[in-house]
Design a protein around this ligand. Structure first.
Ligand code: UDP
Length: 473
């Protein structure tokens, strides 16, 4: 066999959004660099779902080390197929289904044909294609094992629970894992008659048919949950496939050498003095809340970098390409009053580089899983301000279980400035912040340890690689 045919060719399918593509690319890089596999990434995009910089262009040539991963963009137009204002889960379901014919065509033309298909959390329907081409099928969970445990248990809940989940009197118990408070349930669970619930349930059922499950977590971070998947118990009976905790797979700061004004500004600030504020690649809050957040930051008198997007009313929470002057949403005179304290950056900032800078001391985040991991791996305590998807569960885990953050709870239309300022001060200069910083640095070390030789995630990746090789034989 030549080298191209002696190692498995692994195809990975990434659903739309930088929060999915980033961990998929990180996994791909490791499969190439550490295990010598041939890897092709299929990145599904639509015109309506991303505010992030566009994903890498389709490539077939192999150029640099990173580019040993071939990346194909599968562009899908879903206009007319789903209401553009429908919730993300409903839109992504349609998008992924529409991408299947293009994926099928691409795989059928490949030589060597991939023998393994790894899909991410929204790619379960591509299993059909894996079956058609006799490929082994794996799912890569780009969130926590706890959220995945919940998903695996959703079909059982669907059978057992009558009425709406939001009317439950008690938290939802997942066997062997922490319970989930009703108010922290993922969005699609809020209305059992909605299209997004239907899509979500279908996705959760799909998880039960894979040959293996990769999760962007590590043993020390989620030991009890991972144990619940392995020990003979209800979860193990529901999910028979092996589970591979292979994280933390986060984007590593590149050595591009290019310096932005942001980083130059950070260089001038005292150590751990700057709060980074960002609601992920697509999140935003109302216009009134943006104004109140600005007042809260000013009131706290802490340094900040704030990645600001137009409010929800302007474009809807996930469609923020219409870039207007975000300063319009700030209180009069805010920028001049705070020009020595902080920077407001419209739309997008190099998050990894900012979090890794020594001047940054905390992260006010929407609680996306990638952002949470990036914060932990930078040793930064968090202010969790969850907005949608599984972010409330992430907030519960970060705050109550890991104890490395505080949580903004939105009980009314708006979180008041005094409350915001209190949280900012608590994390940046309070004793609670100090204690969280100590704990988060321990987690940072455990995450780093998991990835190095003999670390739990390193070993898990090796086991996965051996399984992939076995499938070739
Ligand atoms: N991100 C970034 N700059 C921004 C906003 C987001 O680099 O201005 C990156 C961030 O580092 C993370 C990803 O986008 O890797 C967002 O993923 P996450 O799971 O945190 O949230 P999502 O955007 O999927 O809700």
């Amino acid at each position: 066999m030549d080298s191209l045919h002696s190692k498995p060719h692994v195809a990975l399918l990434s659903s739309p959004g930088i929060g999915h593509l980033t961990p998929v690319l990180e996994l791909s890089k490791r499969l190439v660099a550490n295990h010598g596999f041939h890897v092709t990434v299929f990145s599904v995009t639509t015109t309506t779902t991303t505010t992030a910089p566009p994903p890498p262009k389709p490539k077939t040539a192999t150029t640099t080390t990173l580019d040993l991963v071939d990346i194909f963009e599968l562009h899908v137009d879903i206009s007319g197929l789903v209401n553009p204002n429908a919730p993300f889960v409903a839109r992504v379901g349609v998008t992924m289904r529409e991408s299947l014919p293009i994926l099928r065509q691409a795989i059928s033309g490949m030589d060597p044909r991939p023998t393994i298909l790894v899909v991410d959390i929204f790619g379960t329907e591509a299993m059909k294609i894996a079956d058609e081409f006799d490929m082994s099928k794996y799912v890569f969970i780009t969130t926590s094992a706890w959220v995945f445990a919940f998903c695996v248990f959703v079909p059982t809940l669907d059978d057992e629970v009558e009425g709406e989940y939001v009317d439950l009197q008690e938290p939802v118990k997942i066997p062997g894992c922490n319970p989930v408070r009703v108010e922290d349930l993922v969005d699609p669970m809020l209305d059992r008659r909605s299209q997004q619930y239907f899509e979500f349930l279908r996705t959760c059922k799909g998880y039960l048919s894979f040959d293996g499950v990769l999760v962007n977590t590590w043993e020390d971070l989620e030991r009890p949950t991972l144990k619940a998947f392995r020990e003979n118990g209800i979860l193990k009976q529901i999910l028979k496939a092996p589970i591979y905790p292979i994280g933390p797979l986060i984007k590593r700061v590149g050595s591009s050498g290019s310096r932005s004004e942001l980083l130059d500004w950070l260089d001038l600030q005292p150590c751990q003095s700057v709060l980074y504020v960002s609601f992920g690649s697509a999140g935003t809050v109302s216009a009134k809340q943006i104004t109140e957040l600005a007042w809260g930051l000013e009131l706290s008198q802490q340094r900040f970098i704030w990645v600001l997007r137009p409010p929800m009313e302007k474009n809807g929470p996930h469609d923020l390409n219409g870039c207007d002057d975000v300063a319009n949403y700030l209180p009069d005179g805010f920028l001049s009053r705070t020009h020595k304290l902080g920077l407001v950056v419209p739309m997008w900032a190099p998050q990894e580089e900012i979090l890794g800078h020594r001047s940054v001391g905390g992260f006010l985040s929407h609680g996306g899983w990638n952002s949470s991991l990036e914060s932990i791996l930078s040793g930064l305590p968090m202010i969790m301000w969850p907005l949608y998807a599984e972010q409330k569960m992430n907030a519960a885990m970060v705050v109550e279980e890991l104890e490395v953050g505080v949580r903004v709870v939105q009980l009314s239309e708006m979180v008041e400035r005094e409350e915001i300022a209190k949280f900012v001060r608590m994390v940046m200069e309070g004793r609670e912040g100090e204690a969280m910083r100590t704990r988060v640095k321990e987690l940072q070390c455990s995450g780093e340890r998991a990835l190095i030789e003999n670390g739990s995630s390193y070993e898990s990746m090796c086991e996965l690689a051996r399984d992939f090789e076995m499938k070739l034989k």
